[in-house]
Design a protein around this ligand. Structure first.
Ligand code: ADP
Ligand code: ZN
Length: 229
């Protein structure tokens, strides 16, 4: 591990940010905007797990059913994914942790891993969205099975029911977006992730952002708290 230290020297521009919020809060979209704006990578455990599934790896197969049902995969699995990124220098100039840590043990493990490189989390930005709003956003979400374009039955409906405007492919709902599974994701959020907010709150790192509004409006709010930190 010692040989990795030189890659990870802290600097003025060293930004290690955690993005926290319920499922469907728009964290992924906001994180991608932050990647552009600050030039630091997004480390999204959800994306890593989905990539493992698409690639059909042993890990991907192991986590598939838990993910589809809206449960959390084990701390050990996601901590290993993040450790690998930290050790290969991906976060050398900073990183946006998106969807991680989701439990207090994950938050402690992250602090321990960063401490070995003499680094620590700068800020935890919490994107606030009510449970009702989460359910409306996620349960109505559809995507094209062929070209992956996304729609929303209420906010961005396709011209024809269940048909992609782009390629006429069939629109499908992600298994974890079925209402019962969204409720399970919310329950996991309240039970396991809200304590993570308290964990960072105790360290004075939490900034709360209203997660309802236009995407630009929300990213402006996020830039503001990051630039002030
Ligand atoms: P969401 O759309 O719910 O915000 P993500 O894309 O972050 O979800 O993650 C999708 C799923 O991957 C989660 O519901 C969970 O099963 C799994 N997952 C992602 N990150 C973690 C994590 N840090 N700890 C445990 N499970 C995770
Ligand atoms: Zn399509």
């Amino acid at each position: 591990m010692g040989e990795n230290v030189p890659q990870l020297v802290a600097s003025e521009r060293d930004r290690l940010l955690v993005l926290i919020g319920p499922p469907g809060a728009g964290k992924g979209t906001q994180a991608r905007g932050l990647v552009e704006h600050y030039g630091i990578p997004q480390l999204a455990t959800g994306d890593m797990l989905r990539a493992a599934r698409s690639a059909g790896t042993e890990l991907g197969n192991r986590v598939a059913s838990v993910m589809d049902a809206g449960g959390l995969v084990s701390d050990e699995i996601v901590i290993d994914l993040i450790r690998e990124k930290l050790e290969n220098g991906t976060a050398a100039k900073g990183a946006i942790f998106d969807g991680f840590p989701r439990t207090v043990p994950q938050a402690i493990a992250l602090d321990d891993m960063l401490a070995r490189f003499g680094r620590s989390i700068r800020l935890a930005v919490m994107v606030e969205v009510s449970d009702d709003e989460v359910v409306r956003r996620t349960v109505g979400r559809r995507s094209c099975g062929d070209c992956q374009r996304t729609f929303h039955i209420e906010f961005a409906p396709p011209t024809l029911d269940a048909v992609c405007d782009g390629c006429s492919g069939v629109l499908v709902q992600r298994p974890d977006d079925a209402e019962a599974n969204v409720r399970a994701r919310l329950a996991a959020y309240h039970r396991d992730t809200e304590p993570v907010i308290n964990y960072y709150e105790d360290r004075g790192l939490v900034r709360r952002i209203e997660g309802v509004g236009g995407q630009n409006q929300i990213s402006d709010r996020i830039h503001e708290v990051i630039d002030r930190a």
